[in-house]
Write a protein that binds this ligand. Structure first.
Ligand code: ZN
Ligand code: ZN
Ligand code: ZN
Length: 368
């Protein structure tokens, strides 16, 4: 990441502040900070805060012992390290002045905001959530972000390919063992962190967020694997199912519907369509085939620096899809007590149509 990227993002943040009448943006721990500065702060008790005045220079207030970890971006922001005996909140207060409207990061610790309020007695400052400034920017991924999502998606695809090839032993192992195996493979393929590795066998797959446990995987079952991690700051998230032996007719038929529903959802993810149109496209296919009551969650979620973020592909979300929006398309069919299936890819909307970040085989691969 070059300084230009952060200058550009800060520039767009200021334009957004201008539009929403925000005088100062205060960003502490959470993903807005690395988005704007390239620096990811550890969520610790020592205050780290980026102060972005609408019409002034941005300053990163940071514990002196953490300052060496920051790659300085000259022109984008300057560093204001504080010593152990300083009052960092007073430093922030002096940089901020007396704003009319301050936008405060969602994940800033409440203690820092409470302490900051103490520095502004009788202030008429109005506080808004930083999402008012940042959400629009964060949703529209720039070229560097799309490249990062692509790389993370390709790494997850390689693990899915190992699953499909039968390289990951399933029969006779517990869900938890397979989950640990998949996690190790995500790291081996370049992820820095594993965010989740759901492995759900047989009837357990009817619970969409099943926690993998001591259940032993048996021959003849459908196994759902939903896994992802963070690689160079950006998330992957993919779901594939495998059948251990030829699937029963009911399962094979349902999977064909699921496959079609997922493709319809991806195809609906075009610039200008509403987010809810993606949900409707997938849901219509499943409902028309008679499985509607078994599709019990929204079709997708936004993804980027966070595994789940705006925009959400759900009925009622009329937000128009814009170029750079990144989201999952993951319809599922869940039959209580019997089986469950889901098919998930990450997609980025572009003016040339939806671009999939995942290319692993979409079919119900039969193993054994
Ligand atoms: Zn989820
Ligand atoms: Zn997933
Ligand atoms: Zn997902």
């Amino acid at each position: 990441m070059t300084t230009g990227i952060f200058l550009d993002r800060l520039h767009r943040a200021r334009a957004s502040m201008q539009q929403s009448g925000v005088d100062v943006l205060l960003v502490s721990v959470g993903s807005d900070l690395p988005y704007l500065t390239g620096y990811e702060a550890m969520p610790l008790e020592r205050l780290t805060m980026l102060v972005v005045p609408r019409d002034g220079d941005a300053t990163l207030v940071i514990p002196r012992l953490e300052a060496p970890r920051v790659a300085e971006q000259p022109g984008a922001f300057s560093l204001r390290p504080w010593n152990e005996t300083d009052d960092p909140v007073a430093i922030v207060a002096s940089l901020v002045g007396r704003p009319e409207v301050a936008a405060v990061g969602d994940t800033m610790w409440a203690r820092f905001l409470v302490e900051l309020l103490g520095h502004w007695p009788n202030s008429t400052t109005r506080y808004v959530r930083s999402t008012e400034v940042m959400n629009e920017l964060r949703m529209r991924k720039d070229a560097a972000e799309i490249a990062a999502l692509q790389a993370a998606g390709a790494a997850a695809d390689r693990v899915a390919a190992q699953l499909h090839a039968g390289d990951i032993p399933l029969v006779g192992r517990t869900e938890a063992e397979v989950s640990a195996d998949i996690s190790a493979r995500l790291l081996a393929e370049g992820h820095d962190v594993v965010n989740f590795a759901i492995v759900a066998a047989g009837e357990n797959a009817a619970s969409p967020h099943h926690h993998p446990g001591s259940r032993v995987i048996r021959d003849g079952e459908l196994v759902l694997c939903d896994f992802g991690g963070t690689m160079a700051g950006y998330c992957s998230d993919i779901t594939r199912c495998v059948s251990l032996g030829a699937p029963p007719a009911e399962v094979a038929e349902a999977y064909a519907v699921l496959h079609e529903a997922q493709a319809a959802g991806v195809a609906a993810g075009v610039v200008g369509a509403a987010c809810q149109d993606v949900d409707r496209a997938s849901r219509t296919v499943i409902a028309d085939a008679g499985w509607g009551e078994y599709f019990i969650h929204r079709t997708g979620h936004g993804i980027g620096m966070e595994a789940h973020e705006d925009p959400y592909m759900v009925e009622g979300n009329t937000l128009p899809i814009a170029a750079g929006h990144a989201f999952s398309v993951e319809p599922g069919i869940y039959v209580d007590g019997k089986w469950g299936m889901r098919l998930e890819d990450i997609v980025v909307a572009s003016d040339a149509g939806p671009i999939s970040m995942n290319h692993a085989d979409h079919s119900l691969v039969v193993l054994g």
